[in-house]
Design a protein around this ligand. Structure first.
Ligand SMILES: [Zn+2]
Length: 234
């Protein structure tokens, strides 16, 4: 086993509220968390990303007992630190993700502990940092160690792609087209996102615009998680 594969990482703090009402907490490694999340997606449990930027995920399974009462099990996964990728880290993960699109088995770990994807290589130092944050998953298979972007890594990428804000678009003066009913000499706000998305209308309050932007971010986070599942990987 290479040094990279032997790194132990806490990807999430898990809080398990079971069907019988019992609650326990424990730390999850990147591999444990990925197995849990992918089986939740496969079983069509509800997977709900936090609407803030914490990177937390909630997995909810609802079943009925013999009397037809609803029982639910909720697993809340919270990263030890809120995931903030630098531009360089984002590009490194994007390289692995791009490779995975046509090589779902992932990149390979070389003898020095770097990650190789034909023409692109992550250095051992870079690879170690990304594995240590739980953003890359190293899987040991027969004859090789494979590296993929973990679910935590995908969430971190989506949070960077979808940085949202609420901005003032007009105050006093003439209103932009269609917005006149909102303007009483005050401010109006639109929600917008780094990806180019913006709210179709303006809002009287900043928090309303922020709320719509957070909804957009939440939808994109779900999309980032669902990607592989729709291709039949479980
Ligand atoms: Zn966006």
């Amino acid at each position: 086993m290479t040094l990279l594969a032997s790194l132990t990482t806490t990807a999430y703090q898990g809080r398990f509220a079971d069907f019988d009402g019992s609650v326990h907490e424990r730390e999850l490694s990147t591999g444990e968390a990925d197995a849990l999340i992918s089986s939740a997606l496969f079983d069509e449990d509800e997977v709900v990303p936090a609407t803030d930027r914490s990177g937390a995920l909630t997995l909810v399974r609802v079943i009925e007992d013999q009397e037809g009462r609803e029982l639910r099990r909720t697993v809340t996964l919270t990263p030890p630190r809120s995931p903030q990728l630098s531009g360089a880290q984002y590009a490194q993960l994007a390289d692995v993700r791009a490779w995975e699109e046509f090589h779902p088995e992932g990149g390979s770990v070389d003898a020095e502990g770097g990650v190789v994807m034909r023409f692109v290589r992550l250095s051992p130092t870079v690879a170690r940092r990304l594995v240590a944050r739980g953003w890359l998953l190293v899987t040991s298979g027969p004859g090789r160690e494979a590296v993929t972007v973990s679910y935590a890594g995908r969430v971190a990428m989506a949070l960077r792609e979808h940085r949202t804000q609420a901005t003032v678009v007009a105050s006093d003066g003439p209103a932009p087209g269609g917005l006149s009913e909102y303007l009483g000499g005050g401010h109006v706000f639109v929600g917008s996102c780094f990806c180019g998305w913006r709210t179709e209308v303006a809002f009287e309050s900043r928090s309303l615009a922020q709320g719509h932007a957070a909804t957009h971010r939440g939808e994109e986070l779900v999309r980032a998680l669902g990607w592989e599942v729709s291709e039949g990987v479980g």
